[in-house]
Design a protein around this ligand. Structure first.
Ligand code: PLP
Length: 426
């Protein structure tokens, strides 16, 4: 890679020769008839196997107070499990609700409650507002954006930096416009950029003046414990920061064991001020008599304590860290020095963010697809699927086996180089 001349600096004939080389490499790639999939951040079978003991748990039917977990009740979730998450998330057990298997569902329910009933500080239900807007750091999680779109909530984008959202832009948006009611934040190992929100940014988010009294930070800490290196990021303690700055009800924290135990049969949690917890449970009680406490109890037996969760995450890391290394190796081998791509080397989470030459992301995904490599659609990490620069591609290397990650990423590098050469020659 060293000594490569950036494509943009090459004379026209050298550029055409490069394009022809890449076209040939691409034709060979296509001829291999691959069928590989890097679209979704799913745990691999080997990762799911780590939690198979759950299938034989729990060993008892009673919680520590002797309550039968098979029965109705306990809307806030099993106390033992809430304690484990309280320690992991730096909050009090009374601030934690343990729910069903999906934190995304809890986010959805929370926003529905805001729309129908309003929150603890809302002058009226959001649904009665003329316009509701959310600040959306980009690139971000596609399902956050599609959820808002489904509710008719407008999305205003700000740039995601290495330490969190562009705070000057965020502060300017929320200061005078009372229709701005919320912001999505994936604070630790963000989807897809891998960024970790710094203490300073978290402090600004919780302290900033907002025109809306019920402005809410949807703090989706889906990857809080999902470290890829020994340098384990510590999430900012957003609830304490918020309480200290006089806005205790501003953040609502979400997390789950979807990428800790079973993506389809884990446990999701919500953490918030006691007022917000009471608000959430009050509305939840109209639609549920209690969560799956059998699942809660088997998770408690499986982990034992917060350290059990941490130890379990290190076993995930052993499986997936080599896959992230393989992504970096393949992209470096194929693209380093060409000046047509930048990518992240995340220290946690589930994604690599690949930015290609402006205007070529759609073409790259199309080329890859035709060669049997399924990538997340270009633009997926932006509201309404629209990346104004058409350059962002989210790579999800956890699900395929290591060898497939290597093959797929070498192929992706070829597609990126070819698409860039096509554009620069034209
Ligand atoms: N939040 C983020 C940022 C995610 O990336 C994902 C899954 O990809 C989820 C939430 C989904 O969480 P759950 O499985 O708990 O619904």
């Amino acid at each position: 890679a060293a000594g490569r001349t950036p494509l943009a600096d090459r004379p026209a004939d050298a550029l055409r020769a490069f394009r022809d080389e890449q076209q040939q490499a691409y034709d060979e790639l296509k001829a291999r008839g691959l069928a590989l999939d890097l679209t979704r951040g799913k745990p691999s079978a080997a990762q799911l196997d780590l939690s198979d003991d759950l299938l034989h748990l729990p060993t008892t039917t009673k919680d520590r107070k002797g309550v039968d977990v098979r029965n109705y009740g306990g809307l806030e979730g099993l106390a033992e499990l809430r304690e484990i998450f309280a320690e992991l998330l730096w909050v009090e057990p009374s601030q934690v609700v343990a729910g069903g298997n999906s934190s995304l569902s809890m986010m959805y329910t929370t926003i529905v409650d805001f729309l129908l009933f309003g929150g603890v500080a809302s002058p009226r239900p959001w649904g009665q507002e003329q316009t509701v807007r959310f600040v959306c750091p980009v690139p971000g999680y596609d399902r956050h954006f599609s959820m808002l779109a489904a509710f008719g909530i407008e999305m205003v984008t700000v740039e995601m930096h290495d330490d969190g959202p562009d705070m000057d832009a965020v502060e300017a948006l929320v200061r005078d416009d009372a229709s701005v009611k919320g912001i999505w934040i994936v604070p630790t190992y963000a989807n897809p950029s891998g960024a970790v929100v710094s203490q300073e940014v978290a402090a600004r988010l919780t302290a900033m003046p907002t025109a809306a009294p019920d402005f809410t930070i949807f703090w989706d800490n889906a990857y809080a414990f999902h470290h890829l290196t020994e340098d384990e990021a510590k999430s900012a303690d957003v609830l304490t920061l918020a309480a200290a700055s006089g806005h205790p009800d501003r953040p609502i924290v979400f997390a789950s064991t979807s990428k800790i135990t079973f993506a389809g049969a884990g446990v999701a949690v919500l953490a918030a001020s006691e007022a917000n917890v009471a608000w959430y449970l009050r509305h939840l009680s109209m639609g549920s008599i209690g969560p799956d406490k059998v699942n809660h109890l088997r998770h408690v037996e499986f982990f034992r304590d917060a350290d059990g969760v941490r130890a379990h995450m290190r076993r995930h890391r052993e499986i997936i860290a080599p896959k992230f290394a393989a992504v970096d190796e393949a992209l470096t081998a194929g693209l380093d020095g060409l000046g047509v791509a930048e990518w992240t080397r995340p220290t946690g989470g589930y994604f690599v963010n690949l930015d290609v030459l402006d205007g070529t992301a759609t073409r790259v995904v199309q080329l890859a697809k035709a060669a049997g490599i399924a990538l997340t659609p270009a633009g997926a990490s932006f509201p309404h699927g629209h990346d104004p620069r058409d350059r962002n591609i989210r790579l999800a290397p956890t699900f395929p086996v290591l060898d497939e990650v290597r093959t797929a990423m070498a192929g992706v590098a070829t597609c990126v180089a070819l698409a860039a050469a096509e554009r620069l020659v034209a």
